[in-house]
Design a protein around this ligand. Structure first.
Ligand code: NIG
Ligand code: FE
Length: 403
């Protein structure tokens, strides 16, 4: 069996809690100094101090990691990577004061990306998603979720889910992202999704997602869509409380959803309810920053005992970034989470949101997914704002990226 020894690491840092870490457990990170990680095949075989590394049998490839720190391969549990065109013109308008919601209401925003995505051929769509996946890897992401939601018709939604899978992503069907112009209203569109798209989407995706918001879907429409998706075997996610509270948290709890994502507009009752539930709050501070919106109440959620994850929300309109290290910096500077909490939220807990329990920590027996940081202390992951902190990435026990 192929073996890879990562030797002379300055530090190995890994979440120590069982998933999902909640409340104070988010800060439980174990650090081993002057360490090694031994990978055998696609798994981690051992982790420890260099001085305790005994003689090893067989042929072993070694990687000198002096001056580097290891964290678990980062897990981006919320991205929108399947789209055509871009939104740079809209970005320029927003920079000078136009609002995201006004642009959306005027047929720009998400719907302009839908038109560009429908116009993209299959090869073009595959190439786009693969390019975005390459960006994620270069930022230390070894596992990512990708949503459809810029097709909004049967053919383009299914092509999007296939392209996400082909690029190595975990596919989420976001059929209920916006109402496309060919349907009279949101109710009619939800009926179409359930009757004409769901069965095929459920073959390709592992989860379903809905945008609960003014101008998108209300809680009753979301319930109809999500119940049908759950009956088809899909895990449930919700975009909720991005601009306004529209009942996404109570609905997520009622349906046993995996997560509610965004939460920039969540107030005291929502914080209390989410913190007392098993639903993970997925925070997307890059999106709040990109749209110049309030940050989600992360500290109150963590202190209240919530299970939290962090993700990029990578998409062309509200969060054009694939960098989880940038998100870690925002978590510390804007959300008032510690680097330990941020690390747990973008590894262990993010994997839990995706239903993946074979990754997210650096311990023997889990998948050998490791992100190597060019830093003397692992907390540079958050500290080095916008820095080139990722030096190399090990995925499935092999070197997948190196700078
Ligand atoms: O998560 N909020 C809805 N959907 C995306 C943005 C989509 C877009 O602007 O293209 C989000 O922010
Ligand atoms: Fe999103």
């Amino acid at each position: 069996m192929r073996s890879l020894l990562l030797r002379d690491l300055a530090q190995v840092a890994t979440p120590a809690a069982a998933p999902p870490a909640r409340g104070a457990e988010l800060a439980h990170v174990e650090v081993v100094e002057d360490a090694y990680i031994l990978c055998r095949g696609e798994s981690i075989a051992a982790v420890g101090r260099m001085r305790d590394l005994g003689a090893l049998d067989g042929e072993i490839e070694e990687l000198d990691c002096s001056g580097l720190c290891a964290v678990p391969g980062l897990v981006d549990c919320h991205t929108h990577p399947a789209w055509g065109g871009d939104r740079v013109a809209e970005f320029s308008l927003r920079a000078r004061g136009a609002s995201y919601e006004e642009l959306h209401a005027a047929g720009g925003g998400i719907l302009s990306t839908v038109a560009a995505t429908r116009a993209l051929g299959d090869d073009g769509l595959h190439a786009r998603v693969a390019r975005h996946a390459g960006w994620m890897l270069a930022h230390g992401t070894t596992t990512w979720e990708g949503k459809s939601g810029y097709g909004l018709d049967r053919d383009t939604e299914l092509r999007s889910l296939r392209a996400i899978r082909a690029a190595g992503g975990h596919a989420t069907w976001l059929g209920a992202h916006a109402v496309p112009p060919e349907h009279p209203d949101a109710d009619a569109y939800v009926e179409y999704l359930i009757a004409d798209v769901l069965a095929a989407a459920a073959e390709l995706a592992t989860a379903a997602d809905v945008f609960v918001e003014r101008g998108a879907f209300d809680a009753d429409q979301a319930r109809r869509y999500l119940e049908a998706c759950r009956d088809a075997g899909l895990a449930l996610r919700l975009h909720g409380d991005q601009f306004t509270e529209r009942g996404a948290i109570p609905l997520a709890i009622e349906l046993g959803a995996r997560s509610v994502d965004h939460l920039e507009a969540t107030t005291a009752d929502g914080i209390r309810a989410l913190a007392a539930s098993d639903v993970v709050g997925v925070l997307l501070p890059a999106s709040a920053l990109f749209l110049d919106r309030p940050m989600p109440p992360a500290r109150a959620l963590a202190d209240g005992g919530a299970a939290l994850a962090l993700a990029t929300d990578f998409n062309p309109g509200s969060a054009f970034t694939t960098s989880l290290p940038l998100v870690a910096s925002l978590a510390c500077t804007q959300l008032h989470l510690g680097p330990e909490e941020a690390l747990t939220a973008m590894t262990l807990n993010a994997a839990h949101v995706l239903g993946l329990h074979d990754r997210g920590r650096i311990v023997a027996g889990l998948r050998a997914d490791v992100t190597l940081l060019d830093a003397p202390d692992w907390r540079y992951l958050a500290y080095h704002l916008g820095g080139d902190v990722v030096r190399a990435v090990i995925r499935d026990g092999s070197l997948a990226y190196r700078r």
